[in-house]
Ligand binder design. Structure first.
Ligand code: FAD
Length: 491
């Protein structure tokens, strides 16, 4: 029995209950308190109950530390969120993810955590041909790259190989020290495409690839930022591929279960409905303040996207470098849309549900059906400029645009979904865009050092601060664990 370390005992107890197949009732019973109390004291306060904040808390509790995770929303999971499918024919408990959903090889921290929590994964449906629509022409193809002209495809492949090679020159811990950092951080990815690619097909392919990976337009992104991200995930293929890449697998029961399980184990160490508005910090400690509550601690980990960290008021004010960094890392723009059908009808036509196109609003789709395929779910992303246009539309207009896109990809059977589901992340107060914070030109070069460097007793986490798999679940977890290590094993 672990008498010295009751926190750890609780943590492991929670995980064991989880593994015993009592997930939903156990989680419901163990749900964190919804309302914040008035005044709390702890050793380490953590802002944000996304994967980063919860992973930091989990690690600190395992090290015998006292923690309190303070979360703005009435739920945990941040950019992971399960949605219960209510369409007729959907089995009770069927969910789709409206936030992040996939995991893949080399994402070792999230895969280990999934195992520790007693969760399991299943393969993304990937059998059959994909669809591509370009210049009004629809084609079905096997393989990874949509068919274009022969010259365009070859040029795109050469460009991808070249980008991978350049990416390896970017040090993950200090991208601004790359030999060509100044040159690469002085241009957008669009400028690089314009200077280095000549066929419309290869340009369109690279543009779509970047929109799919960053939910941003190539003109929004620094070339250095794109190269860092490629290196962080291993290669551009790793970021883009389903089999063998970042889209390879999903979590049974939905990805939010990772956060729910961690929070269940943390129990009363998670406070919901408690937006942190102000942080007072100094040699004596840290105080988090919100509407009607305060949390006193020795140290704090701020585990939220940098742009949201910049909306908190600090006393004393943070130095100019750190504050200007938070002014310069906007979030990408994505509306994630899904249509539910009585069955995954495209599979019968030999299609895997994956589609790309040059006309929006949906330019990228996937089969997002539950593991047993008892209903069919097509999922699409409305990203970058299309995502911004979608923000000006009504939900009904987005629904119609989505259905039109799915009909173009998969035919008339897509016309009448049983249910339409959308999540507009830019309008979520406590996220403000997705998938993650993006790096415009000049930010890595002039502000990179302020991204992770603790300020006194304040530590920074969140997927945007990760070296490996930055922007992904895996990076979020690594960032939380890194911030916890800064506290338990100071350099
Ligand atoms: C549509 C979409 C698709 C994606 N697809 C994938 C994918 O397939 N695979 C993958 O690995 N990643 C994917 N991602 C990215 C992934 O979801 C994120 O990288 C990851 O969840 C980020 O975790 P985090 O803990 O760093 O931040 P968050 O999840 O944003 O957590 C931050 C938490 O802090 C809270 N918060 C914010 N401000 C305050 C405040 N002032 N006070 C208190 N609390 C606050 C928020 O409510 C939130 O709960 C996707 C994201 C989206 C939205």
């Amino acid at each position: 029995m672990d008498i010295e370390n009751p926190s750890r005992r609780r943590l492991l107890g929670g995980a064991a209950a989880f593994g015993a197949g009592t997930l939903l009732p156990a989680l419901a019973e163990a749900a964190p308190p919804r309302a914040a109390g008035r005044r709390h004291e702890t050793e380490i306060a953590i802002v944000g109950a996304g994967l980063a904040g919860l992973a930091a808390a989990r690690k600190l509790v395992a090290a015998g530390r006292k923690v309190l995770v303070v979360e703005a929303r009435d739920r945990v999971g941040g950019r992971t969120l399960n949605h219960a499918v209510t369409a007729p024919g959907a089995k009770p408990g069927t969910v789709v993810e409206v936030g992040g959903q996939w995991v893949g090889p080399t994402q070792d921290r999230v895969l280990a955590l999934i195992r520790e929590l007693g969760l399991s994964t299943f393969r993304t449906y990937n059998s059959g041909k994909a669809v591509d629509i370009r210049g009004g022409e629809r084609s079905e193809y096997a393989g990874r790259i949509p068919p274009g002209t022969m010259v365009g495809s070859v040029e795109a492949q050469v460009a991808i190989t070249r980008l991978n090679r350049m990416a390896r020159e970017v040090p993950l811990d200090r991208p601004w020290t790359a030999p060509k950092a100044a040159e690469w951080d002085s241009q957008t990815f669009q400028s690089w495409i314009d200077r280095n690619l000549f066929t419309d097909d290869s340009k369109a392919l690279l543009q779509l690839a970047v929109e799919a990976v960053f939910s941003a337009h190539p003109r929004d992104l620094s070339l250095l930022g794109v190269l860092f991200y490629i290196h962080s995930g291993g290669s551009l293929e790793m970021l883009l591929n389903t089999e063998g890449g970042a889209q390879e697998a999903r979590i049974v029961g939905g990805s939010q279960r990772i956060a729910l399980a961690m929070a269940a184990a943390l129990g009363e160490r998670v406070l919901l409905d408690s937006p942190v508005m102000r942080i007072e910090h100094g040699e004596q400690g840290v105080t988090l303040l919100g509407d009607g509550f305060e949390v006193q601690a020795q140290r704090a980990i701020v585990a939220i996207p940098p742009t949201l960290a910049g909306r908190i008021r600090y006393a004393p004010a943070l130095d100019g470098l750190r504050d200007q960094l938070t002014q310069r890392l906007p979030m990408g723009t994505v509306v994630k849309v899904q249509c539910v059908y009585p069955k995954p009808f495209w599979r019968e036509a030999g299609l895997n549900g994956q589609a790309t196109g040059d006309v929006g609003p949906v330019k990228l789709s996937f089969d997002n059906s539950p593991p047993d395929g008892h209903i069919g779910v097509l999922m699409g992303f409305i990203e970058g400029s299309d995502g911004r246009a979608a923000l000006r539309q009504t939900r009904e207009q987005r629904r119609q645009g989505t259905i039109d896109s799915f009909v173009r990809f998969f035919g008339e059977q897509a016309r009448k979904p049983l249910e339409y589901i959308e999540q507009n992340w830019a309008s979520e107060e406590w996220t403000r865009g997705c998938y993650a914070g993006i790096f415009p030109p000049g930010v890595w070069l002039d502000y990179g050092e302020a991204l992770r460097a603790p300020v006194g007793r304040l530590h920074w986490a969140g997927t945007e601060t990760a070296e490996v798999w930055n922007g992904y679940f895996d990076g979020a977890i690594r960032s939380g664990e890194r911030a916890a290590n800064e506290i338990t094993t100071p350099a």
